[in-house]
Design a protein around this ligand. Structure first.
Ligand code: NI
Length: 138
């Protein structure tokens, strides 16, 4: 199927009412755009469940003055370098640093790398955002 396709959906009226209220609050102009995003979100979730090639970002906040911590994080990033395709470092203040790493690999491997990084002792905040390669999403 190519191009735009229209299809009908039957659902309880109350459910649709609730949905319309929610998407209006979120700023969607039409139901179609909201439903397209929900479908994409579902497909991305499957990309991660099925251990497919995908993209994720890891955000870390830590104190750069903990000398060993900076060394451990750098060592890990070199160890996983083919998967870590980019990184951003921001000096938040005198002590705190924020890093965002972009990781492209199979889903399970990205989780593994994210777990290794976020569990390093002294990391104040660590989180994985499960993004997508964008393939298969239209
Ligand atoms: Ni810094």
């Amino acid at each position: 199927m190519k191009g735009t396709v229209r299809f009908g959906v039957s659902l309880p009226g109350e459910l649709l009412e609730h949905f319309d209220q929610l998407i209006a609050r979120k700023g969607y102009k039409t139901r179609s755009e909201a439903i397209r995003d929900l479908i994409r979100e579902h497909l991305v979730a499957h990309e991660w469940e099925e251990d497919r090639e995908t993209v994720g970002t890891v955000t870390l906040v830590y104190d750069h003055e903990l000398r060993e911590l900076t060394q451990v994080l750098t060592r890990l990033q070199h160890l996983y370098h083919p998967a870590i395709i980019s990184s951003l470092h921001v000096h938040l203040d005198e002590h705190n640093c924020l890093e965002v790493l972009v990781i492209r690999d199979r889903a399970r491997r990205i989780r593994e790398i994210a777990d290794r990084l976020t569990s390093v002792r002294g990391v104040k905040y660590g989180a994985l955002t499960m993004a997508t390669s964008g393939q298969g999403l239209y």
